[in-house]
Write a protein that binds this ligand. Structure first.
Ligand code: AHR
Length: 504
Protein backbone atom coordinates (compact mmCIF):
# COMPACT_ATOMS: atom_id res chain seq x y z
CA UNK A 1 0.00 0.00 0.00
CA UNK A 2 1.40 3.46 -0.85
CA UNK A 3 2.34 5.63 2.10
CA UNK A 4 2.70 9.34 2.78
CA UNK A 5 4.46 11.29 5.48
CA UNK A 6 3.21 14.63 6.71
CA UNK A 7 5.21 17.09 8.77
CA UNK A 8 3.44 19.88 10.61
CA UNK A 9 4.98 23.25 11.21
CA UNK A 10 3.93 24.22 14.73
CA UNK A 11 6.01 27.36 15.19
CA UNK A 12 4.64 29.56 12.39
CA UNK A 13 0.86 29.15 12.10
CA UNK A 14 -0.78 30.09 8.81
CA UNK A 15 -3.30 32.24 10.63
CA UNK A 16 -6.31 32.39 12.91
CA UNK A 17 -9.37 30.57 11.59
CA UNK A 18 -12.26 33.00 11.26
CA UNK A 19 -15.50 31.21 12.10
CA UNK A 20 -17.08 33.02 9.17
CA UNK A 21 -15.27 30.56 6.91
CA UNK A 22 -18.10 28.17 7.76
CA UNK A 23 -20.77 30.34 6.17
CA UNK A 24 -23.41 29.38 3.64
CA UNK A 25 -25.79 31.03 1.22
CA UNK A 26 -29.57 31.35 0.86
CA UNK A 27 -30.72 32.78 -2.47
CA UNK A 28 -34.23 33.37 -3.76
CA UNK A 29 -33.65 30.63 -6.32
CA UNK A 30 -35.64 27.48 -7.01
CA UNK A 31 -36.70 25.86 -3.73
CA UNK A 32 -34.02 27.30 -1.47
CA UNK A 33 -36.34 29.77 0.28
CA UNK A 34 -39.86 28.68 -0.75
CA UNK A 35 -40.43 24.97 -0.03
CA UNK A 36 -36.93 24.95 1.48
CA UNK A 37 -36.32 26.94 4.64
CA UNK A 38 -39.90 28.32 4.42
CA UNK A 39 -43.02 26.21 4.00
CA UNK A 40 -45.95 27.55 6.03
CA UNK A 41 -48.10 24.40 5.70
CA UNK A 42 -45.36 22.00 6.79
CA UNK A 43 -46.02 20.04 10.02
CA UNK A 44 -42.81 21.47 11.57
CA UNK A 45 -43.42 25.09 10.44
CA UNK A 46 -43.14 27.76 13.14
CA UNK A 47 -45.56 30.69 13.50
CA UNK A 48 -43.83 32.52 10.63
CA UNK A 49 -43.74 29.51 8.30
CA UNK A 50 -40.11 28.36 8.76
CA UNK A 51 -39.44 24.63 8.94
CA UNK A 52 -38.05 23.59 12.32
CA UNK A 53 -36.64 20.34 10.91
CA UNK A 54 -34.52 22.43 8.51
CA UNK A 55 -33.50 24.80 11.32
CA UNK A 56 -32.24 21.79 13.32
CA UNK A 57 -30.18 20.57 10.37
CA UNK A 58 -28.74 24.05 9.72
CA UNK A 59 -27.64 24.16 13.36
CA UNK A 60 -26.11 20.69 13.08
CA UNK A 61 -24.29 21.76 9.92
CA UNK A 62 -22.55 24.42 11.99
CA UNK A 63 -23.23 27.31 9.63
CA UNK A 64 -21.98 30.68 10.86
CA UNK A 65 -22.81 33.46 8.37
CA UNK A 66 -25.53 33.17 5.73
CA UNK A 67 -25.32 35.28 2.58
CA UNK A 68 -28.74 36.52 1.34
CA UNK A 69 -30.79 37.15 -0.88
CA UNK A 70 -28.53 36.41 -3.90
CA UNK A 71 -26.62 35.62 -6.04
CA UNK A 72 -27.79 36.61 -9.45
CA UNK A 73 -31.24 37.25 -7.96
CA UNK A 74 -30.03 40.31 -6.07
CA UNK A 75 -29.18 42.24 -9.23
CA UNK A 76 -32.87 42.69 -10.05
CA UNK A 77 -34.15 42.81 -6.46
CA UNK A 78 -35.99 45.65 -4.76
CA UNK A 79 -35.54 45.07 -1.03
CA UNK A 80 -38.64 47.19 -0.29
CA UNK A 81 -40.79 44.46 -1.90
CA UNK A 82 -40.00 42.17 1.02
CA UNK A 83 -41.17 44.40 3.90
CA UNK A 84 -44.57 45.31 5.34
CA UNK A 85 -47.73 43.20 5.42
CA UNK A 86 -47.23 40.02 3.45
CA UNK A 87 -50.63 40.31 1.78
CA UNK A 88 -49.58 43.62 0.23
CA UNK A 89 -46.21 42.56 -1.13
CA UNK A 90 -45.83 42.65 -4.92
CA UNK A 91 -45.37 39.56 -7.03
CA UNK A 92 -42.51 40.07 -9.49
CA UNK A 93 -40.71 38.33 -12.28
CA UNK A 94 -37.21 37.28 -11.30
CA UNK A 95 -35.13 37.69 -14.44
CA UNK A 96 -32.10 35.84 -13.07
CA UNK A 97 -33.84 32.48 -12.74
CA UNK A 98 -36.90 33.09 -14.94
CA UNK A 99 -39.19 32.53 -11.97
CA UNK A 100 -41.99 34.25 -10.07
CA UNK A 101 -41.00 35.91 -6.79
CA UNK A 102 -43.85 36.23 -4.28
CA UNK A 103 -41.83 38.23 -1.73
CA UNK A 104 -43.41 36.34 1.16
CA UNK A 105 -39.93 36.14 2.67
CA UNK A 106 -37.93 39.34 3.04
CA UNK A 107 -35.64 41.12 5.47
CA UNK A 108 -37.71 40.67 8.65
CA UNK A 109 -38.45 37.02 8.01
CA UNK A 110 -34.80 36.32 7.21
CA UNK A 111 -33.71 38.02 10.46
CA UNK A 112 -36.20 35.85 12.36
CA UNK A 113 -34.73 32.74 10.69
CA UNK A 114 -31.15 33.92 11.44
CA UNK A 115 -32.01 34.14 15.12
CA UNK A 116 -33.51 30.64 15.07
CA UNK A 117 -30.50 29.11 13.32
CA UNK A 118 -27.93 31.10 15.31
CA UNK A 119 -26.47 32.41 12.05
CA UNK A 120 -25.15 35.85 11.15
CA UNK A 121 -26.69 37.55 8.11
CA UNK A 122 -24.43 38.73 5.30
CA UNK A 123 -26.58 40.86 3.02
CA UNK A 124 -25.98 41.47 -0.67
CA UNK A 125 -26.84 44.88 -2.11
CA UNK A 126 -28.22 45.28 -5.62
CA UNK A 127 -25.54 47.17 -7.55
CA UNK A 128 -26.69 45.69 -10.85
CA UNK A 129 -29.87 47.65 -11.53
CA UNK A 130 -29.65 50.02 -8.56
CA UNK A 131 -27.09 52.35 -7.01
CA UNK A 132 -25.87 54.29 -4.00
CA UNK A 133 -29.25 55.73 -2.98
CA UNK A 134 -31.01 52.38 -2.69
CA UNK A 135 -27.98 50.96 -0.88
CA UNK A 136 -28.14 53.83 1.62
CA UNK A 137 -31.87 53.26 2.07
CA UNK A 138 -31.33 49.58 2.74
CA UNK A 139 -28.64 50.16 5.37
CA UNK A 140 -30.72 52.91 7.00
CA UNK A 141 -33.72 50.58 7.18
CA UNK A 142 -31.68 47.59 8.36
CA UNK A 143 -29.25 48.99 10.90
CA UNK A 144 -29.96 52.55 12.04
CA UNK A 145 -31.57 53.35 15.38
CA UNK A 146 -35.07 54.79 15.08
CA UNK A 147 -35.36 58.51 14.41
CA UNK A 148 -35.12 58.56 10.63
CA UNK A 149 -37.77 57.84 8.02
CA UNK A 150 -36.64 54.34 7.09
CA UNK A 151 -35.56 53.15 10.53
CA UNK A 152 -38.95 54.32 11.82
CA UNK A 153 -40.59 52.37 9.02
CA UNK A 154 -38.70 49.26 10.17
CA UNK A 155 -39.97 49.84 13.71
CA UNK A 156 -43.50 50.26 12.36
CA UNK A 157 -43.02 46.92 10.62
CA UNK A 158 -42.30 45.27 13.95
CA UNK A 159 -38.53 45.62 14.54
CA UNK A 160 -37.83 48.46 16.95
CA UNK A 161 -34.17 47.43 17.17
CA UNK A 162 -32.05 47.42 14.03
CA UNK A 163 -30.92 44.07 12.67
CA UNK A 164 -27.23 44.93 13.21
CA UNK A 165 -25.97 43.49 9.94
CA UNK A 166 -22.17 43.84 9.82
CA UNK A 167 -21.21 42.27 6.50
CA UNK A 168 -22.43 43.56 3.13
CA UNK A 169 -21.66 42.46 -0.42
CA UNK A 170 -21.41 45.33 -2.91
CA UNK A 171 -23.31 43.53 -5.68
CA UNK A 172 -22.86 40.05 -7.06
CA UNK A 173 -20.62 38.72 -9.85
CA UNK A 174 -20.50 42.06 -11.62
CA UNK A 175 -17.82 40.66 -14.00
CA UNK A 176 -20.31 38.18 -15.47
CA UNK A 177 -22.08 39.08 -18.74
CA UNK A 178 -25.11 37.13 -17.41
CA UNK A 179 -25.46 39.56 -14.52
CA UNK A 180 -28.14 42.27 -14.71
CA UNK A 181 -26.18 45.52 -14.77
CA UNK A 182 -22.89 43.82 -15.67
CA UNK A 183 -20.14 46.38 -16.26
CA UNK A 184 -16.42 46.59 -16.72
CA UNK A 185 -13.97 46.53 -13.82
CA UNK A 186 -13.22 50.26 -13.69
CA UNK A 187 -16.91 51.22 -13.87
CA UNK A 188 -17.83 48.71 -11.22
CA UNK A 189 -14.84 49.57 -9.02
CA UNK A 190 -15.87 53.26 -9.09
CA UNK A 191 -19.49 52.41 -8.25
CA UNK A 192 -18.39 50.11 -5.42
CA UNK A 193 -16.06 52.79 -4.06
CA UNK A 194 -18.75 55.50 -4.18
CA UNK A 195 -21.29 53.21 -2.55
CA UNK A 196 -18.88 52.12 0.17
CA UNK A 197 -17.93 55.74 0.96
CA UNK A 198 -21.61 56.70 1.16
CA UNK A 199 -22.51 53.74 3.39
CA UNK A 200 -19.62 54.49 5.75
CA UNK A 201 -21.05 57.95 6.31
CA UNK A 202 -24.09 56.24 7.78
CA UNK A 203 -22.17 53.51 9.59
CA UNK A 204 -18.35 53.60 9.49
CA UNK A 205 -17.76 50.10 10.86
CA UNK A 206 -19.60 48.15 8.14
CA UNK A 207 -17.58 45.27 6.69
CA UNK A 208 -17.79 45.54 2.92
CA UNK A 209 -17.11 42.94 0.24
CA UNK A 210 -16.28 44.12 -3.27
CA UNK A 211 -16.94 41.68 -6.15
CA UNK A 212 -13.99 39.70 -7.42
CA UNK A 213 -14.25 37.26 -10.32
CA UNK A 214 -17.09 34.78 -10.81
CA UNK A 215 -14.44 32.11 -11.30
CA UNK A 216 -10.77 31.96 -12.21
CA UNK A 217 -11.55 30.91 -15.82
CA UNK A 218 -13.19 34.26 -16.57
CA UNK A 219 -11.21 35.99 -19.35
CA UNK A 220 -10.94 39.06 -17.12
CA UNK A 221 -9.67 37.12 -14.06
CA UNK A 222 -6.69 38.83 -12.43
CA UNK A 223 -7.09 42.10 -14.31
CA UNK A 224 -10.61 42.38 -12.85
CA UNK A 225 -9.35 42.06 -9.26
CA UNK A 226 -6.52 44.52 -9.87
CA UNK A 227 -8.68 47.16 -11.56
CA UNK A 228 -11.54 46.85 -9.07
CA UNK A 229 -9.17 47.10 -6.10
CA UNK A 230 -7.32 50.04 -7.65
CA UNK A 231 -10.64 51.90 -7.50
CA UNK A 232 -11.82 50.63 -4.11
CA UNK A 233 -8.93 49.29 -1.97
CA UNK A 234 -9.27 51.92 0.75
CA UNK A 235 -13.05 51.53 0.95
CA UNK A 236 -13.53 47.78 1.35
CA UNK A 237 -12.54 44.98 3.70
CA UNK A 238 -12.91 41.93 1.46
CA UNK A 239 -12.83 40.95 -2.18
CA UNK A 240 -15.04 38.02 -3.12
CA UNK A 241 -14.14 34.81 -4.95
CA UNK A 242 -16.59 32.29 -6.41
CA UNK A 243 -15.99 28.82 -7.82
CA UNK A 244 -17.99 25.71 -8.69
CA UNK A 245 -16.46 22.39 -9.69
CA UNK A 246 -17.81 19.47 -11.70
CA UNK A 247 -16.20 16.60 -13.62
CA UNK A 248 -15.65 17.81 -17.19
CA UNK A 249 -15.95 15.15 -19.92
CA UNK A 250 -15.84 12.40 -17.28
CA UNK A 251 -12.40 13.50 -16.01
CA UNK A 252 -12.79 12.41 -12.38
CA UNK A 253 -9.06 12.64 -11.55
CA UNK A 254 -9.03 16.37 -12.31
CA UNK A 255 -12.34 16.80 -10.48
CA UNK A 256 -10.86 15.14 -7.38
CA UNK A 257 -7.94 17.59 -7.65
CA UNK A 258 -10.25 20.64 -7.52
CA UNK A 259 -8.58 21.69 -4.26
CA UNK A 260 -5.37 22.32 -6.21
CA UNK A 261 -7.28 24.75 -8.39
CA UNK A 262 -8.82 26.45 -5.37
CA UNK A 263 -5.32 26.79 -3.80
CA UNK A 264 -4.05 28.50 -6.96
CA UNK A 265 -7.14 30.71 -7.17
CA UNK A 266 -6.72 31.96 -3.60
CA UNK A 267 -3.00 32.48 -4.06
CA UNK A 268 -3.55 34.45 -7.28
CA UNK A 269 -6.15 36.73 -5.69
CA UNK A 270 -3.88 37.10 -2.64
CA UNK A 271 -1.00 38.17 -4.89
CA UNK A 272 -3.24 40.73 -6.60
CA UNK A 273 -4.38 42.15 -3.27
CA UNK A 274 -0.73 42.50 -2.24
CA UNK A 275 0.15 44.12 -5.57
CA UNK A 276 -2.49 46.83 -5.16
CA UNK A 277 -1.62 47.22 -1.47
CA UNK A 278 2.04 47.79 -2.42
CA UNK A 279 1.13 50.16 -5.26
CA UNK A 280 -0.84 52.26 -2.78
CA UNK A 281 1.78 51.91 -0.05
CA UNK A 282 -1.11 50.92 2.16
CA UNK A 283 -0.98 49.41 5.66
CA UNK A 284 -4.47 48.07 5.27
CA UNK A 285 -5.03 44.37 4.51
CA UNK A 286 -7.96 43.36 2.33
CA UNK A 287 -9.01 39.71 2.83
CA UNK A 288 -10.86 37.22 0.66
CA UNK A 289 -14.52 36.37 1.15
CA UNK A 290 -14.92 33.08 -0.73
CA UNK A 291 -18.64 33.61 -0.73
CA UNK A 292 -19.74 31.02 -3.28
CA UNK A 293 -18.03 27.62 -3.54
CA UNK A 294 -19.22 24.06 -4.04
CA UNK A 295 -19.62 21.21 -6.49
CA UNK A 296 -22.28 22.15 -9.06
CA UNK A 297 -23.23 20.03 -12.09
CA UNK A 298 -23.63 23.22 -14.02
CA UNK A 299 -23.89 21.52 -17.42
CA UNK A 300 -27.16 19.92 -16.21
CA UNK A 301 -28.56 23.37 -15.45
CA UNK A 302 -27.44 24.74 -18.83
CA UNK A 303 -28.69 21.77 -20.88
CA UNK A 304 -31.72 20.41 -19.02
CA UNK A 305 -33.07 22.68 -16.31
CA UNK A 306 -32.82 26.26 -17.58
CA UNK A 307 -36.29 27.80 -17.74
CA UNK A 308 -37.36 29.60 -20.90
CA UNK A 309 -40.56 30.85 -22.53
CA UNK A 310 -41.90 34.36 -22.24
CA UNK A 311 -45.12 33.04 -20.61
CA UNK A 312 -43.39 30.59 -18.31
CA UNK A 313 -42.42 32.01 -14.89
CA UNK A 314 -42.87 29.23 -12.33
CA UNK A 315 -42.87 29.81 -8.58
CA UNK A 316 -40.23 27.88 -6.62
CA UNK A 317 -39.32 25.51 -9.46
CA UNK A 318 -36.98 22.59 -8.88
CA UNK A 319 -33.70 24.11 -10.04
CA UNK A 320 -30.07 23.13 -9.38
CA UNK A 321 -31.18 20.20 -7.19
CA UNK A 322 -27.98 18.22 -7.60
CA UNK A 323 -27.82 14.89 -5.78
CA UNK A 324 -24.33 14.55 -4.34
CA UNK A 325 -22.19 11.43 -4.31
CA UNK A 326 -19.35 10.19 -2.13
CA UNK A 327 -16.89 11.61 -4.68
CA UNK A 328 -18.60 15.01 -4.42
CA UNK A 329 -18.34 14.89 -0.62
CA UNK A 330 -14.61 14.11 -0.87
CA UNK A 331 -14.15 17.10 -3.19
CA UNK A 332 -16.10 19.35 -0.78
CA UNK A 333 -13.92 18.05 2.09
CA UNK A 334 -10.79 18.85 0.08
CA UNK A 335 -12.07 22.37 -0.68
CA UNK A 336 -12.53 22.93 3.06
CA UNK A 337 -8.90 21.85 3.51
CA UNK A 338 -7.91 24.40 0.87
CA UNK A 339 -9.84 27.19 2.63
CA UNK A 340 -8.20 26.34 5.97
CA UNK A 341 -4.74 26.17 4.37
CA UNK A 342 -5.32 29.82 3.47
CA UNK A 343 -6.67 30.93 6.83
CA UNK A 344 -4.48 34.04 6.57
CA UNK A 345 -6.19 35.15 3.35
CA UNK A 346 -9.72 33.74 3.54
CA UNK A 347 -11.61 35.25 6.43
CA UNK A 348 -15.14 34.46 5.25
CA UNK A 349 -16.62 31.83 2.94
CA UNK A 350 -20.06 30.57 1.96
CA UNK A 351 -20.89 27.06 0.85
CA UNK A 352 -23.35 27.71 -1.98
CA UNK A 353 -26.08 27.03 -1.25
CA UNK A 354 -27.87 25.75 1.87
CA UNK A 355 -31.19 24.05 1.10
CA UNK A 356 -32.35 22.22 -2.07
CA UNK A 357 -30.30 24.37 -4.47
CA UNK A 358 -26.81 22.77 -4.83
CA UNK A 359 -27.25 22.09 -1.16
CA UNK A 360 -26.13 20.02 1.81
CA UNK A 361 -29.78 19.86 2.99
CA UNK A 362 -32.70 18.59 0.90
CA UNK A 363 -36.42 18.81 1.63
CA UNK A 364 -39.67 17.51 0.25
CA UNK A 365 -42.84 19.63 0.52
CA UNK A 366 -44.89 18.29 3.41
CA UNK A 367 -42.20 15.63 3.77
CA UNK A 368 -38.78 14.99 5.28
CA UNK A 369 -35.53 16.95 5.31
CA UNK A 370 -32.25 15.06 4.98
CA UNK A 371 -28.49 15.40 4.77
CA UNK A 372 -26.73 15.08 1.41
CA UNK A 373 -23.25 13.51 1.36
CA UNK A 374 -21.59 16.94 1.30
CA UNK A 375 -23.30 17.82 4.59
CA UNK A 376 -20.91 15.60 6.49
CA UNK A 377 -17.44 17.01 5.73
CA UNK A 378 -18.79 20.52 6.26
CA UNK A 379 -20.47 19.74 9.60
CA UNK A 380 -17.43 17.87 10.92
CA UNK A 381 -14.95 20.54 9.82
CA UNK A 382 -17.06 23.34 11.26
CA UNK A 383 -17.27 21.48 14.58
CA UNK A 384 -13.60 20.48 14.84
CA UNK A 385 -11.56 23.22 13.12
CA UNK A 386 -10.92 26.12 15.45
CA UNK A 387 -8.10 28.29 16.71
CA UNK A 388 -5.36 28.48 14.11
CA UNK A 389 -4.38 26.57 11.00
CA UNK A 390 -0.93 24.97 10.77
CA UNK A 391 1.15 24.45 7.65
CA UNK A 392 1.72 20.85 6.54
CA UNK A 393 4.21 19.35 4.13
CA UNK A 394 3.12 16.14 2.42
CA UNK A 395 5.59 13.65 0.91
CA UNK A 396 3.77 10.83 -0.84
CA UNK A 397 2.32 9.46 -4.07
CA UNK A 398 1.36 11.71 -6.97
CA UNK A 399 -1.55 11.48 -9.43
CA UNK A 400 -1.37 12.63 -13.05
CA UNK A 401 -4.32 14.85 -14.00
CA UNK A 402 -5.30 16.37 -17.35
CA UNK A 403 -6.13 19.78 -15.96
CA UNK A 404 -3.58 20.32 -13.21
CA UNK A 405 -0.61 18.09 -14.10
CA UNK A 406 0.83 15.90 -11.34
CA UNK A 407 -0.82 16.57 -7.99
CA UNK A 408 -0.25 14.98 -4.58
CA UNK A 409 -2.73 12.17 -3.89
CA UNK A 410 -2.95 13.29 -0.27
CA UNK A 411 -3.62 16.79 0.97
CA UNK A 412 -3.92 17.85 4.61
CA UNK A 413 -4.28 20.66 7.08
CA UNK A 414 -3.93 20.68 10.86
CA UNK A 415 -5.79 23.02 13.19
CA UNK A 416 -4.89 23.76 16.80
CA UNK A 417 -6.83 25.33 19.65
CA UNK A 418 -6.43 25.35 23.44
CA UNK A 419 -6.14 21.68 24.45
CA UNK A 420 -7.40 20.33 21.12
CA UNK A 421 -6.25 19.85 17.56
CA UNK A 422 -7.64 18.29 14.41
CA UNK A 423 -6.12 16.75 11.29
CA UNK A 424 -8.08 16.88 8.02
CA UNK A 425 -6.96 14.63 5.18
CA UNK A 426 -8.05 13.77 1.67
CA UNK A 427 -6.95 10.84 -0.50
CA UNK A 428 -7.70 11.68 -4.13
CA UNK A 429 -6.39 8.37 -5.48
CA UNK A 430 -9.18 6.47 -7.22
CA UNK A 431 -7.86 2.94 -6.60
CA UNK A 432 -5.16 3.01 -3.92
CA UNK A 433 -5.52 3.37 -0.19
CA UNK A 434 -2.69 5.41 1.35
CA UNK A 435 -1.30 4.95 4.85
CA UNK A 436 -0.33 8.32 6.24
CA UNK A 437 1.97 9.19 9.11
CA UNK A 438 1.45 12.67 10.55
CA UNK A 439 4.29 13.88 12.77
CA UNK A 440 2.66 15.90 15.54
CA UNK A 441 5.75 16.74 17.59
CA UNK A 442 5.51 19.96 19.56
CA UNK A 443 1.73 19.72 20.02
CA UNK A 444 1.53 18.51 23.63
CA UNK A 445 0.81 14.80 24.03
CA UNK A 446 -1.85 14.20 21.38
CA UNK A 447 -4.51 11.58 22.05
CA UNK A 448 -7.17 10.62 19.49
CA UNK A 449 -10.66 11.64 20.61
CA UNK A 450 -12.64 11.06 17.40
CA UNK A 451 -12.16 9.85 13.85
CA UNK A 452 -14.48 10.14 10.86
CA UNK A 453 -13.95 8.96 7.29
CA UNK A 454 -16.18 9.39 4.26
CA UNK A 455 -15.54 6.65 1.70
CA UNK A 456 -17.53 3.90 0.02
CA UNK A 457 -16.98 0.92 -2.24
CA UNK A 458 -19.33 2.77 -4.57
CA UNK A 459 -17.97 6.32 -5.05
CA UNK A 460 -21.26 7.23 -6.74
CA UNK A 461 -23.36 6.32 -3.70
CA UNK A 462 -25.67 9.14 -2.58
CA UNK A 463 -28.32 9.97 0.01
CA UNK A 464 -31.86 10.30 -1.27
CA UNK A 465 -35.35 10.69 0.16
CA UNK A 466 -35.67 6.90 0.23
CA UNK A 467 -32.14 6.21 1.51
CA UNK A 468 -31.36 9.24 3.62
CA UNK A 469 -28.38 7.71 5.43
CA UNK A 470 -26.89 5.58 2.68
CA UNK A 471 -23.66 7.59 3.06
CA UNK A 472 -22.54 8.62 6.54
CA UNK A 473 -19.11 9.23 8.04
CA UNK A 474 -17.71 6.20 9.86
CA UNK A 475 -15.04 5.95 12.56
CA UNK A 476 -11.64 5.08 11.09
CA UNK A 477 -10.43 2.07 13.10
CA UNK A 478 -6.96 2.21 11.54
CA UNK A 479 -6.03 5.44 13.35
CA UNK A 480 -3.40 5.04 16.08
CA UNK A 481 -0.96 7.38 17.76
CA UNK A 482 2.47 6.61 19.18
CA UNK A 483 5.48 8.82 19.92
CA UNK A 484 3.41 11.80 18.74
CA UNK A 485 2.98 10.28 15.29
CA UNK A 486 -0.55 9.70 14.03
CA UNK A 487 -0.88 6.77 11.63
CA UNK A 488 -4.08 6.40 9.64
CA UNK A 489 -5.09 4.59 6.47
CA UNK A 490 -7.08 6.61 3.96
CA UNK A 491 -9.24 4.51 1.61
CA UNK A 492 -9.31 5.45 -2.10
CA UNK A 493 -11.44 8.56 -2.78
CA UNK A 494 -11.88 9.47 0.87
CA UNK A 495 -11.94 12.35 3.30
CA UNK A 496 -10.94 11.93 6.94
CA UNK A 497 -10.93 14.01 10.11
CA UNK A 498 -9.04 13.04 13.27
CA UNK A 499 -9.75 15.03 16.43
CA UNK A 500 -7.11 15.12 19.15
CA UNK A 501 -6.79 16.28 22.71
CA UNK A 502 -3.38 17.78 23.27
CA UNK A 503 -3.06 18.27 27.01
CA UNK A 504 -1.76 15.37 28.98
O1 AHR B 1 -25.30 29.83 -6.68
C1 AHR B 1 -25.89 29.88 -7.94
C2 AHR B 1 -25.46 31.10 -8.74
O2 AHR B 1 -24.11 30.95 -9.07
C3 AHR B 1 -25.51 32.43 -8.05
O3 AHR B 1 -26.77 33.03 -8.12
C4 AHR B 1 -24.50 33.24 -8.81
O4 AHR B 1 -23.93 34.26 -8.02
C5 AHR B 1 -23.51 32.22 -9.29
O5 AHR B 1 -23.22 32.37 -10.64
Amino acid sequence: MPSARITVSTSAPIGAIDRRVFGSFVEHLGRCVYDGIYEPGHPTADEQGFREDVVALVRELGVTTVRYPGGNFVSGYRWEDGIGPRSERPVRRDLAWHSTETNQVGLHEFAHWNAKTGSEPMLAINLGTRGELEALDLVEYTNLPTGSALSDRRAANGAEEGFGVAMWCLGNEMDGPWQLGHRDAVDYGKLASRTAKALRQLQPDLQLVVCGSSNSRMPTFGAWEREVLEQSYDDVDFISAHVYYQPIDGDVDSFLASGVDMDRFIEAVGATIDHVKAERRSDKQVHISFDEWNVWYQHRYETVEKIGGIDNWPTAPRLLEDVYTVTDAVVVGSLLISLLKHADRVKAASLAQLVNVIAPIMTEPNGPAWRQTIFHPFAITSRLASGEALRTEVAGPMIGTKRFGDVPAVDAVVTRDAGTAAVFLVNRHRTDAVTVEVALHGMGSPVISETATIADDDPDAANTRDAQNRVVPLANASATIGDDVLTVTLPPVSWTAVALTTEG
